[in-house]
Structure formats: structure tokens, C-alpha cells
Design a protein around this ligand. Structure first.
Ligand code: UDP
Length: 402
């Protein structure tokens, strides 16, 4: 594997081999993980990316790497935490002001580490868009995890800037939806810490919808499916800026505190109880869901997932084994009916289905290989792991990467 050229702070081309540990491949790496600036790690409530970052740092530290986490103030981690801005910005998600401020400060820290003779071997970016757009302006290889879906604007963005980093997709379906010209180097699934979720086998009668209140996540369709099934529905999640009208018009009129209960944004033990006691999690999504952490959390709690077959739901949900894939609200209602039947879906099997595939170690070892690949370090074994296939193989194999 050849080293990649990079540009140092004076604009000179440097070989990244100079930044790499000498010799062997098992040496610990110095890794800078860049979280978004909006929500502290771990998140107290909503925050899928922040939940992933927490577990990834934990997994990388457990594997002996030297990890610095650049994140919003208030963050905690087994990694060294460095907050770059004065405040978190949970109500300004996507703000260019905070994103560019956060990334410019991070790039300064990365340069200073190199100046001190302690250069990072790799920067792993989970933040919004500035870091990728400016990834060729920092003298360290950048790995960028794509956390969102490809739409018209992000397609243009990734086409223009994607080559500046090693791009990682979080599901096969997300990788498959990458626009032509956007090279996905690997698919590394998000993790879940299964043992942090209590397995419950005797369920209550309600079904659960949890997430951000956005039309693509389908809370309004969950209301319809639960109504058709005659089942109580609990809704949980924040109404983020820009979605107030959707909530006011499509959700609020149905909340009666009985058949449809809205508990707002939840976290901690209350969230765990909601998952564990629910008869099923409803995922009536209408977008190419890049991943969907809520599915992993429900399954870890022994709660089956009934989902529309969109995006990563088709990978996480194994139809008939840990949930059901259904095409619309009517089918979802019928599936809800079946969830009560004896022997329908085994809660222990739900939990095992994520423990087997989405353990922290799977994610940490996956990224470790990507880092070495990005940094140009020869791998101990020539091939990447089966779930970490380079793009060429990924396409040739019909995306059978796990
Ligand atoms: N979440 C939470 N409290 C809520 C709603 C959501 O803690 O009231 C968390 C949820 O547990 C999950 C994350 O927010 O970890 C949502 O991540 P997901 O990947 O499902 O959705 P997205 O990132 O697309 O919003």
C-alpha cells in the first residue's frame, strides 16, 4: 500500500510515511477523533453520532491506541477529551458558524501536535461538512464517516470533496447509494454496547416509536399503524429546529395521553425502560436510512423491530427472526398483531442478532484497519477484513461485506 501525499502547513507536499510509526503494523496509533460540535459525548438524550463516537473511542482505547477526542464541552470518554468551543450547540445543529469554528480549532490542534513531535497518524472525522471540505488542508490523513444519506446537495458535496479523505459508509445500502465518482473505501457498521441494555422478555402492550420528529422518520405513519392495530403507541424524541410545523400539524393533534402518548426527549434509565417494555419498535421510515441506532438499541433490549424496507433497515432487521419488514402502515398493523402471538419473535434472538453483528469490537477493529489503510501502513495481512472491503471488491461482490 503506498503512502498518500499530503500538504503540510506551508503548502509543501510531504510523505505521510514520515508521520507513521516505524516498522510493524501492530504499533498503537495516535488517533484524533473529531465529533460534531453540537452535543456532548456521550449524549444525555438524542444523539446517534455521539453515541457511536463514545463507543468507538472506548473500543479503540481498549485496543491500546492513543485517542484524543475533540468534542463539544461536557463530553466524557476513556479517551483524552479536548473541547474546542466554549459551549455545546444542541439547538443549532448544522450551523456553519459553529462547524467551521470547531474544525478550524481542531486543525490547529492537529498541527500543534505535529509541531510538538507527537503527530496524529490519522484524524477520524464524524462532524458535519467543514472537516471533509478542508481535509486536504491538514497534514494528516483524514478518515470521514458518512453519517447521512445522499441527497441532491450532499451528492454534489461528496463529488467535489470526497476524494480528500478515506470515506467510510456505515451500511451496505448507504455504500450502494453512493453517487458515481464517490469512492467508498469501506463499510464499518455502527456499534451497540449490548450489555448496557437490559433484556426483557415479558413485554407490555404498547408499541414504541423513538427518534427525531422529522417526516422521514415516520412518526405520523406509526400513529396510523398503531391506530389500525388498535394498539397504544408511545412516541419519544425531540422536535428539532425546522420540524415544529410537522409536529404541530401531523403529530400533536393525535396525542391523547392514552392511545398516543408523547413523552418528549428521553435518555438514561427512562429510555431503557421504554425500549425494554415495548412490544415492538416501529420504524415506518421513508428515506434511505443510513443506519438507525434505535433499531440496535431496541433489539439489544429484546424488542423486535417492525420496519419499512428502506436503507439499512433491510440489513439490521432479519425478517421473521428479529422483527418484520413490511411495506406500508396496513402491513405494519398486521405485524403488530402478530407480535403478541406465542413464539412469534424471540427476545433473546433479537438481542443475539445484534450482539453477533454490531459489537464494539467489530467497529473498532474495522476502523483500525481503515486507519492503517488510510495512513498507508502495510497491513499485517494483505487483505482487509471481510466487512472492510475496499470499494472495488465491494461493488464486485454485490456489497456482501459482512
Ligand atoms: N434518542 C434519545 N432520546 C430520544 C430520541 C432519540 O436518546 O428521545 C437517541 C436514540 O437512542 C439513538 C439516537 O438518538 O441513539 C438516534 O439515532 P438514529 O441513528 O436512530 O437516528 P438519527 O441519527 O438519524 O437521528
Amino acid at each position: 500500500m503506498s503512502s498518500q501525499p499530503a500538504t503540510d502547513r506551508n503548502g509543501a507536499r510531504t510523505s505521510l510515511r514520515l508521520l507513521l510509526p516505524p516498522g510493524g503494523t501492530a504499533l498503537p496509533l495516535r488517533i484524533a477523533v473529531l465529533a460534531p460540535p453540537w452535543i456532548p459525548v456521550p449524549p444525555g438524550g438524542y444523539g446517534g453520532i455521539e453515541a457511536v463516537v463514545e463507543l468507538l473511542c472506548e473500543g479503540l482505547m481498549a485496543r491500546g491506541h492513543d485517542v484524543t477526542l475533540f468534542a463539544a464541552p461536557g463530553s466524557r470518554s476513556t479517551a483524552r477529551v479536548h473541547a474546542l468551543l466554549e459551549d455545546a450547540h444542541p439547538d443549532a445543529i448544522g450551523s456553519a458558524l459553529h462547524d467551521s469554528d470547531h474544525v478550524a480549532c481542531a486543525w490547529e490542534e492537529v498541527e500543534q501536535a505535529a509541531a510538538r513531535g507527537q503527530p496524529f497518524h490519522v484524524v477520524h472525522d464524524h462532524s458535519a461538512f467543514t472537516a471533509l471540505a478542508m481535509a486536504d488542508r491538514v497534514g494528516v490523513p483524514v478518515v470521514h464517516t458518512i453519517h447521512g444519506a445522499f441527497d441532491r446537495d450532499t451528492t454534489r458535496f461528496y463529488r467535489r470533496h470526497g476524494h480528500k479523505a478515506t470515506l467510510v459508509a456505515i451500511s451496505r445500502s448507504q455504500a450502494a447509494s453512493a453517487p458515481t465518482g464517490v469512492r467508498i473505501a469501506a463499510v464499518v457498521p455502527n456499534p451497540v454496547a449490548v450489555d448496557r441494555w437490559a433484556l426483557k422478555t415479558d413485554k407490555e402492550e404498547y408499541v414504541l416509536w423513538i427518534g427525531r420528529m422529522a417526516p422521514v422518520k415516520g412518526a405520523h405513519l406509526a400513529i396510523e399503524a398503531a391506530r389500525l392495530a388498535g394498539r397504544a403507541l408511545v412516541l419519544a424524541g425531540p422536535v428539532q429546529t425546522g420540524h415544529e410545523q410537522y409536529f404541530r400539524e401531523k403529530i400533536e393533534p393525535h396525542i391523547d395521553g392514552l392511545r398516543v402518548r408523547y413523552v418528549g426527549e428521553v435518555g438514561g434509565a427512562a429510555k431503557q425502560r421504554l425500549y425494554a417494555n415495548a412490544r415492538a419498535l416501529l420504524m415506518p421510515i421513508r428515506w434511505p436510512e443510513p443506519f438507525g441506532m434505535v433499531m440496535l438499541e431496541a433489539l439489544a433490549s429484546g424488542t423486535p423491530v417492525i420496519a419499512f424496507p428502506e436503507g439499512a433497515a433491510t440489513e439490521i432487521v432479519i425478517d421473521g427472526e428479529n422483527g418484520m419488514l413490511v411495506s406500508d402502515e396496513s402491513e405494519m398493523a398486521r405485524a403488530i398483531d402478530q407480535m403478541g402471538a406465542i413464539g412469534a419473535i424471540d427476545p433473546a434472538r433479537c438481542r443475539a442478532s445484534v450482539a453477533e453483528r454490531y459489537d464494539i469490537a467489530v467497529t473498532a477493529t474495522g476502523y483500525e484497519r481503515v486507519y492503517r489503510y488510510a495512513a498507508g501502513v502495510a497491513l499485517a495481512s494483505a487483505a482487509l477484513a471481510p466487512h472492510i472491503q475496499p470499494n472495488r471488491d465491494l461493488r464486485a461482490s454485490g456489497h456482501s461485506v459482512r
